[in-house]
Design a protein around this ligand. Sequence first.
Ligand SMILES: Nc1ncnc2c1ncn2[C@@H]1O[C@H](COP(=O)(O)OP(=O)(O)OP(=O)(O)O)[C@@H](O)[C@H]1O
Ligand SMILES: [Mg+2]
Length: 353
Amino acid sequence: MAMSFLRLEHIVKTYPGTDRPSVADFTLDVERGEFISLLGPSGCGKTTTLRMIAGLIEPTAGHICLDGKELTRTPVHQRGMGLVFQNYALFPHLDVAQNVAFGLEMRRVPKADVKRRVAEALELVQLGHLSGRRIKQLSGGQQQRVALARALVVEPSVLLLDEPLSNLDAKLRDTMRDEIRSIQQKLGITTVFVTHDQDEALATSDRIVVMSEGNIEQVGTPEQIYEHPSNQFVANFIGRVNLFDAEVRHTANGVAAVDVAGLGQMQAADDLGRPGQVTVLVRPHRLRINEAGRDDAHGTVESVVYVGDSIEYSVRVGTKAVAVQSVAGRHGRLERGTPVRLSWETSDALVLK
Ligand SMILES: Nc1ncnc2c1ncn2[C@@H]1O[C@H](COP(=O)(O)OP(=O)(O)OP(=O)(O)O)[C@@H](O)[C@H]1O
Ligand SMILES: [Mg+2]
């Protein structure tokens, strides 16, 4: 079997004075060059996991291996990892180039090489023209680039990023997100990226690790996580969802006949194939309003929110408020109180555990 590049094996972290682990039995194989996101709500253990990889926190149990070598007790500066923190942690009294040079000087890299490598790193993050600037004279986005250059200049084996974009405004966040991804691909550098922003994780990652309360809920590609969430937590956390209580009558060829509470008889994709009580997931943008020839459920428009590219409806079906997202202009704009028919494609409804 091929060894993975970075391996976390049954990692546990219980902080002193706490009674339950902040990270519980975390096992993950990261391939060389892979971009992995740790995604989950505040307090789920993302930073703790990242800091154990970096060597800033010692695991209570478990092993960390890099390129086949045990790393669990190796000190931070010998792990060869590059770190970018949420607050950047730059040296305010040094200029841009001095900040980036710091790690190389610590490693006693010859002066001429430092100069060349700093220039290259600053070029990579498009800051070559600001190398003599003080940190305080930089915008948030520029500071973020300095932090990234400082992490990359040592040619780390793994790049570790802890919410590096959270201090930036929305527009800049998107730009920097794309930039980090493109630099990562250009360098082919193995990256672990911590975020609580699902869009960020979906847009950047080769694979996403969804965490909650110290546990891994699911590991998968963005498509797998979004289209086939393995449970309700993941479904709820990644994008907007409708979850219906339902009962599977029978399943054949991956399609279940389900009784959906308040909606009636429907069909849904089903990998589980067990009869009984389940939850059926349908994304708001996969629901169709007044589709010709379809007559699956009847409801009434309860609220209408226009959000530019799309219109978000809440449709009352029996006792249930169903979220429907519709491309603006598809059928005009339905007013509150309008009776509508809702339908979905079988493959757009998913039976969940
Ligand atoms: N030094 C510490 N001592 C005790 N408990 C801690 C310590 N650091 C973190 N914790 C706890 O461990 C849990 C995980 O914290 P962690 O910082 O890893 O979460 P996170 O997923 O990074 O959250 P956020 O998105 O808010 O940054 C939390 O419940 C937190 O309170
Ligand atoms: Mg954190």
